[in-house]
Design a protein around this ligand. Structure first.
Ligand code: GDG
Length: 475
């Protein structure tokens, strides 16, 4: 891949680094999360520019040059161009339209969306348009004919068309990180056509799974554009857009290496002692109603009730770092989790045994997170809907023994066939899945984990980046 003649410019809402003060120095701190770990190494290698919202506060802007850019992580790194959003824009574009309208629709939960609160959602849409225009202008200040523009996610659906209209020779790709629902759900959005048309300004769009890809193509078809479902081609104004499945992978070697590290092993032993249960089940989710946390708690309760021999023996350990704190739906989901957990622990806990332990602090260092994977006999992923779910892949890469229980509705279920697949809405099925996982004999566990490891290792992060670029740039 040669980005020497033509630049690679990446646009996302989240920024890969923030600048903050530590003692009397300003330090550049890498942000955790899938997007940064997937794309930062690519830009480190190829150079180029990343455009994103500078949400780190005052120091994020103090370090910028006169064009609003800074090299990250240091002078030898690539350029990061930060956009400043006003409080009102953050409220309308990010918290409002992206997270209270589009997010629930894309996760097939229209009842969670605030579309019907007409006045506020109309205002959110206006802010969404305005901020997408801001991102597009920032990109237009940089791109030239022949450059490559890579747009990420649901916050920036209108950017591809806005850029394409001004400079048709820019080669634009979008990667969609979350699910794409069927037309019966997506069509609920009063702005569905604008969003689809905005995205179709791209030359290439990648989805995690074939189902999301097909849903998208059906939605495009409903808008009257010419679609070749089989080839994944959309024809628009004499131009083709290619739509494909490119499931995101993780840095397998990183997690596998961490799992074997002495410091991690030590913390693993400490955790097992501290949790003090024969068997540990782990769940790790950003706090979000799409992750099916209350449903998981009820399924675990049912499992303990139906299998009393496991009481005092199994503990469910949940890591649920906070997210989107100012969206009210997120506060109520946390209240609900605490209530259910209190009820279950209140009814079932005994001396020296707590059925459910939850932790809410974000662990900035992976050496602190991975021991939760390696200490667990079982990982339980119960997303009601998920674009991919990287946690299950991280678990598989980190552990040397263990069983994965995986929601049918996580994108990862399309690949990870040897997991125990469950319907997260069916607590009986999840409870049976837990029992199956905890009683699975060693040879069966080994057989499944070996195959799962092969799959996660084969389609890792490097594979994803290469295959995405290959599919995008092939003629
Ligand atoms: C969106 C889509 C898609 C969690 N706690 C800590 C921590 N984490 C990390 C995990 C994992 C990441 O957060 C969560 O990634 P997921 O993929 O599970 O979910 P979303 O955040 O919803 O991501 C999703 C993804 O985009 C990528 O396209 O898979 O479907 O919803 O990497 O490890 N990391 C650290 N400390 C924690 O306490 N360092």
């Amino acid at each position: 891949m040669n980005f020497e003649e033509n630049r690679l410019i990446l646009v996302s809402n989240a920024e890969p680094y923030v600048h903050r003060q530590e003692d009397s120095e300003i330090v550049c701190e890498k942000q955790a999360g899938g997007l940064t770990s997937a794309l930062d190494p690519l830009l480190q290698k190829t150079g180029g520019l990343w455009i994103a919202w500078g949400r780190g506060g005052k120091y994020d802007f103090d370090v910028l040059d006169s064009e609003g850019k800074v090299r990250v992580p240091d002078e030898d790194g690539y350029l990061l161009k930060r956009l400043k959003l006003t409080k009102d824009e953050v409220n309308g574009f990010y918290l409002g339209f992206s997270n209270r309208v589009l997010w629930p629709i894309c996760h097939s939960m229209p009842e969670r969306s605030v579309i019907s609160e007409y006045r506020s959602s109309e205002k959110y849409w206006e802010d969404y348009l305005k901020v997408n225009r801001k991102y597009a202008n920032a990109a237009l200040e940089e791109v030239e004919e022949g450059d490559f523009l890579w747009v990420h996610d649901y916050h920036l659906t209108l950017v591809p068309k806005m850029v394409k209209e001004e400079i048709p020779g820019v080669n634009i790709a979008t990667f969609w990180h979350i699910p794409w629902p069927p037309w019966e759900i997506f069509g609920i959005l009063p702005w569905s056509e604008e969003i689809i048309e905005g995205l179709c300004g791209s030359d290439f769009i990648g989805f995690h799974t074939s189902r999301f890809r097909n849903n998208f193509l059906s939605c495009v078809d409903m808008t009257g554009m010419e679609v070749d479902m089989e080839k994944g081609m959309i024809k628009k104004e004499g131009r083709n857009a290619k739509i494909s499945t490119v499931p995101l992978g993780i840095d397998y070697d990183l997690y596998n290496g961490l799992g074997k590290k002495e410091k991690v092993r030590e913390k693993t032993r400490y955790l097992r002692e501290e949790i003090n249960a024969d068997k540990i089940i782990v769940s790790v989710d950003r706090l979000d109603y799409t992750k099916g946390i209350p449903e998981r708690l009820r399924a675990f309760e049912l499992f303990l009730e139906e299998n009393p021999e496991f009481q005092r023996k199994v503990t469910l350990v949940q890591r649920i770092p906070p997210s989107r704190r100012s969206v009210s739906e997120y506060k109520s989901i946390l209240d609900e989790i605490h209530r259910i957990e209190g009820e279950i622990n209140g009814n079932l806990a005994r001396a020296n045994w707590t059925p459910i332990r939850s932790f809410h602090r974000f662990l900035p260092n992976l050496e602190e997170l991975v021991p939760y994977y390696t200490a667990a006999d079982v990982a339980l992923v119960t997303s009601r809907m998920d674009g991919m779910n990287l946690v299950c892949k991280e678990y598989i890469a980190s552990v040397e023994d263990g069983v994965l229980i995986l929601s049918n509705f996580a994108g990862a279920a399309e690949e990870l066939k040897e997991a125990i697949h469950v319907n997260p809405y069916d607590s009986k099925e999840v409870a049976a899945g837990i029992k199956k996982a905890l009683t699975m004999d060693k040879s069966e566990r080994e057989r499944r984990l070996k195959k799962l490891k092969e799959r996660v290792e084969e389609k890792d992060l490097d594979w994803w980046r290469n295959i995405f670029l290959q599919k995008w740039l092939e003629e």
